[in-house]
Design a protein around this ligand. Structure first.
Ligand code: E4P
Length: 219
C-alpha cells in the first residue's frame, strides 16, 4: 500500500520523505490556506521534493474552466496529478485531462456509484473520504471495501486512494481491505509508530539497564 501525505506543509513532508515514507502527496484548497503559501510556489516545492504523484486541486465549477486550471497546474511539474471534484463537470474534466495523458484524482467521493463513474471517466485515482462519512455516523471503511470489490469485479485500473483518514485504525483497516493508497496528515502517519506496550516495554528495559550500571559505548 502506498503512503501519500495529505498536507501542503513542506517541512513536514520533507521529514517523512527522508525516511522513505512518502509515495506521493495530496493537497486541497483548505490545506493550501493552512500553509499560507501561493499554490503554484508551494506545489512546485513539493514536486521538487517528492518523486511520486502530487495532487493539486482545481477550484472552478464548470468543466471547461476546470480543464484550463488543470492544464495550468499540470505545468508545475510532470508528477502533478490534477484533482477534480466528483461532480458531473468534474467527470467531464477528468475524461478530457486523462485523454491528454495527465494523471487525475477524483475527489470528494462518498458512494460506490460515484466511484464507478470516476473509473469509467478514466480517473487515475478515486478519493473516497472515510472520516467525513464517519462524522455523519456512516461507515467510511465500508465504502472503501465496497469500492475495492466493485473495481476488482470489473478489473477497473483506477487506484483506490483512501482519504480523510483520521486514525491509525483507518490506516490498518485500509491495508486489510486492499486500498491501493492511503493519504493521511503527517501526524497520523507518525502516530502509526505508537503503541502503549512499546512505551511500557521501553520503560522496563530502561529501568533494568540502569541497574546493570553499564554503558554500551564505554565497554
Ligand atoms: C484528500 O485528498 C483530502 O485532501 C483529505 O483527505 C480530506 O481530509 P479531511 O476530511 O480530514 O479534511
Amino acid at each position: 500500500m502506498k503512503f501519500f501525505v495529505d498536507s501542503a506543509d513542506v517541512a513536514a513532508i520533507a521529514e517523512l520523505n527522508a525516511l522513505g515514507m512518502v509515495d506521493g502527496v495530496t493537497t486541497n484548497p483548505s490545506l493550501i490556506l493552512k500553509s499560507g503559501r501561493n499554490i503554484l510556489e508551494v506545489t512546485r516545492e513539493i514536486c521538487e521534493l517528492v518523486a511520486g504523484p502530487v495532487s493539486a486541486e482545481v477550484v472552478a465549477a464548470k468543466a471547461d474552466d476546470m480543464i484550463e486550471e488543470g492544464r495550468k497546474l499540470a505545468e508545475i511539474a510532470p508528477n502533478i496529478t490534477v484533482k477534480v471534484p466528483l461532480t458531473w463537470d468534474g467527470l467531464k474534466a477528468c475524461k478530457v485531462l486523462t485523454d491528454e495523458g495527465r494523471m487525475v484524482n477524483v475527489t470528494l467521493c462518498f458512494s460506490v456509484n460515484q466511484a464507478l463513474l470516476a473509473a469509467k471517466a478514466g480517473a487515475t485515482f478515486i478519493s473516497p473520504f472515510i472520516g467525513r462519512l464517519d462524522d455523519i455516523n456512516l461507515d467510511g471503511l465500508e465504502l472503501i471495501a465496497d469500492i475495492r470489490q466493485v473495481y476488482d469485479n470489473y478489473d477497473f485500473q483506477t487506484e483506490v486512494l483512501a482519504a480523510s483518514i483520521r486514525t491509525p485504525n483507518h490506516v490498518a483497516q485500509c491495508a486489510r481491505i486492499g486500498a491501493d493508497v492511503i493519504t493521511a496528515p503527517p501526524a497520523v502517519i507518525k502516530g502509526l509508530a505508537n503503541h502503549v506496550l512499546t512505551d511500557k516495554g521501553l520503560e522496563m528495559f530502561d529501568a533494568d539497564w540502569a541497574k546493570t550500571g553499564q554503558t554500551i559505548l564505554s565497554l
